[in-house]
Design a protein around this ligand. Sequence first.
Ligand code: NAG
Ligand code: NAG
Ligand code: NAG
Ligand code: NAG
Ligand code: NAG
Ligand code: NAG
Length: 859
Amino acid sequence: MPLTITFLQSALLLWSTIAQWGFSVPLRRGPDCPGYSASNVKKTDSGITADLTLAGSECNIYGQDLHELKFLAEYQTDSRLHVMIYDKAEQVYQVPDFVVPRPGGSSSAGGSLLEVSVEEDPFSFMIKRKSNGEVLFTTEGSEIIFETQYLRLRTSLPDSPILYGLGEHTDSLQLPTSNYIRTFWARDAGGVPAGENLYGNHPVYYEYRPKSDTTHGVLLLNSDGMDIKINNDDGQYLEYNVLGGIIDLYFLAGPGPYDVAREYSEISLKPAMMPYWGFGFHQCRFGYKSVDEVAAVVANYSAAGIPLETMWTDIDYMDQYKVFTLGERFPLKDMRSLVNDLHDNDQHYIVMVDPAVAYQNYDAFNRGKDADIFIKNSDGSIYKGRVWPGVTAFPDWFHENTQGYWDSEFESFFSPSSGVDIDALWIDMNEPSNFCVWPCASPEAEDEGTDIVEVKARKMSRQSDQDYPKRGLRGRNLINPSYKIKNAFGLLSNKTAKTDIIHQGGWAEYDTHNLYGTMMSRTSRNSLLKRRPDKRPMVITRSTFVGAGSYVGHWLGDNISAWDQYQTSIRHLLQFVSFFQIPMVGADVCGFLGNTTETLCARWTMLGAFYPFYRNHNVDGAISQEAYRWKSVTDAAKKAIDARYRLLDYIYTAMHKQTVDGTPMLAPMWFNYPTDSATHAIELQYFYGPALLVSPVTEPEATSVTLYLPDDIFYDFWSLKQVRGTGGAVTLKNIDFTSIPVYIRGGSIIPARVKSANTTTALRSEDFELLIAPGKDGKANGALYLDDGESLHPSGTSEIQFSYDGKTIEMNGTFGYKTRVGVKSITILGSDAAKQFELNEGLDGSWSRDVSQLKQISV
Ligand SMILES: *[C@@H]1O[C@H](CO)[C@@H](O)[C@H](O)[C@H]1NC(C)=O
Ligand SMILES: *[C@@H]1O[C@H](CO)[C@@H](O)[C@H](O)[C@H]1NC(C)=O
Ligand SMILES: *[C@@H]1O[C@H](CO)[C@@H](O)[C@H](O)[C@H]1NC(C)=O
Ligand SMILES: *[C@@H]1O[C@H](CO)[C@@H](O)[C@H](O)[C@H]1NC(C)=O
Ligand SMILES: *[C@@H]1O[C@H](CO)[C@@H](O)[C@H](O)[C@H]1NC(C)=O
Ligand SMILES: CC(=O)N[C@H]1CO[C@H](CO)[C@@H](O)[C@@H]1O
């Protein structure tokens, strides 16, 4: 197949180009340090413990070596092994359990899929897969360094390892294996190229081993700044270089990629279920200058006949960008009537809230000051930065009063009876972002310079170590540690909160910077729950850490209206949904920064319909890009929303499953075809739910696409025609700008609404049809989850399975959700034209029908 070869060759070419990006500095192994020797090694059926002692004189390369450590390996479940190396005194910072609750659990070596072993002198540890003895992780041959401000841990890996994860990044989905550095330090990073640190931090990787067809995962649960280096200059390895904290590793045995994702969800916690309406189409932009303009956009969507589910407002609504205020062009009376009109039409409203509170004499600031919730300098004064409103203070999410403060600001400002009655929330700038460049000596000055002043370390002021276990060693240089991670903003404190800040309770910003967005996320979710205790909150955040998905969704940040970013959005999205358990994710449709074009906007509007979170959003000053601005984009939006809404229950079901057991609702190709090596690097095609393969046109202005179809049966979603995948490339031509190639995977049953609607509320009264796409064995199955779409704890839910064996279509399951809606028809796809049959069954109890007895309604 020449096409296949060409396709793979170009993929390889692209691959090597990506692998060569940017990193001119060769990675070198750090200086040799003595490592540790183990004593008092105790092996039990549930794991291993040992004492570790520095095995020579201190090497103190980037701090001071700790002399006495402890090693703990515990089999927590049959597929999860926890390994910790921590200081004997337990003073070194550990990610607080109340931010990322640990799963715990105790199981036995006998039942485990993994096996841990240690070498005593020099100390090293090794993790093997028990079934085949394959070494998954080993520190042998590379001494562990554990210093006050530097940890180094290296595992050797097989040659050309197949690795994924380690985000948030915009690099290739399958990670480069040489000269590659991933930096973990939350950063406000608009429109950046690949290779730099971004908003969120998820130090977990997934590795596929082709020899055994197994996948495993490794999480380093550590929130300090770090560089993870992957290189092959000294054998192939992956090396953690961390600024502090402890070595806290979770090994997940898989053995399949979906298994690893589900196992990871036991640590990250299951994602929060989103409201049904959250899957509707959203419109936003930065730069709507008045409430009238916002209302006009809503009206124009309606006039254009494009279903708009939710209208958003960026920071424009505020008075001079001060949180919890309304600007003069957004008067309360008009805001309330906008929201009422939206609600009357079953539409929704969302606004942005930033963490930074203007340092000015106004209510929100004064109340925060009274509640003492702002981050403070060592002299007790409020720490100042500069964000949208000018000089700002930042809430300390560790402070015991902050939740109450945030709740009450929400309660009054977003009051249903007297405030702006929002339906969900958007939180931004929570890395936290600070426009003020280090040293930020006078945040009041607009032109705060970049002069480097002398960097002084401040000693942490604390009563005694004993009072603050696991909160961080004293006496560290919290501003300028000697090990330099590759933060694209340089110094750790540059353009964010100062890292020598000590939060209430004794935690240093140095150690907890990467948690700021997630702590704000949780606090904000709680505040929404306070307002509407029975309703599922939807919060969309920018900065995330391990576990954030259990509170919030995420938009991919400030992208550029450019074709390459449209492409990047796919791999960026997959990271979050498939690897990090944050499923409610989407990129700004049509692009954020710069001017979009009609063709890009049309394509992106089609693609966005297959993101979990579907929102058009644009920057201030750029040309307008609402879907109704161009004829082709209007057509694209109508067609895309029509398909998305008919499939809404299908994807809602997939999301529900992820919230229950961690099965990713979106998957990269290789998750479904791991043994097909051609799928490993594919990042422009993906599965939307278990059954739909999305393969958009990706090249600028192109109307054709060459895609890969594995050896399997597929059906074109639009024409319902069978397409036999052969494990090779397929070139599609004449794909106009209002089309997107989508395939149904053989073996699937998709419950779809018969008709779309103008709102998701109206959609809920439409009947279903079943699209039955038999696999190679002629069989198919699918699922449908139903609930009221909005309750936090719905009183009745239905979990329905459909199965088809070639003759009989059957529905069974549980039927707690009462609905008048039923299943009107089934459409059976095949090598001939699809056949549709009348059905008229309900969704309130099991049934089974012989297809040969059904009345055919079309040929
Ligand atoms: C809404 O549509 C009208 C009529 O086409 C147009 O004049 C106006 O500029 C549009 N406003 C917005 C905000 O889209
Ligand atoms: C801070 O970031 C700016 C880029 O935004 C850079 O020019 C400057 O050198 C950085 N300063 C430090 C101290 O890293
Ligand atoms: C966007 O288009 C507007 C209007 O044509 C133009 O004034 C502006 O410079 C453009 N912006 C960019 C970033 O190209
Ligand atoms: C949606 O509203 C438009 C008018 O704006 C109407 O023409 C169309 O029929 C409606 N669609 C549905 C599915 O109700
Ligand atoms: C429903 O049917 C499927 C396939 O026939 C079966 O695997 C499943 O156990 C059944 N579930 C219930 C709740 O009866
Ligand atoms: C900071 C940044 O580059 N953000 C996003 C821009 O858009 C692409 C795709 O939409 C994202 O993947 C980027 O991460």
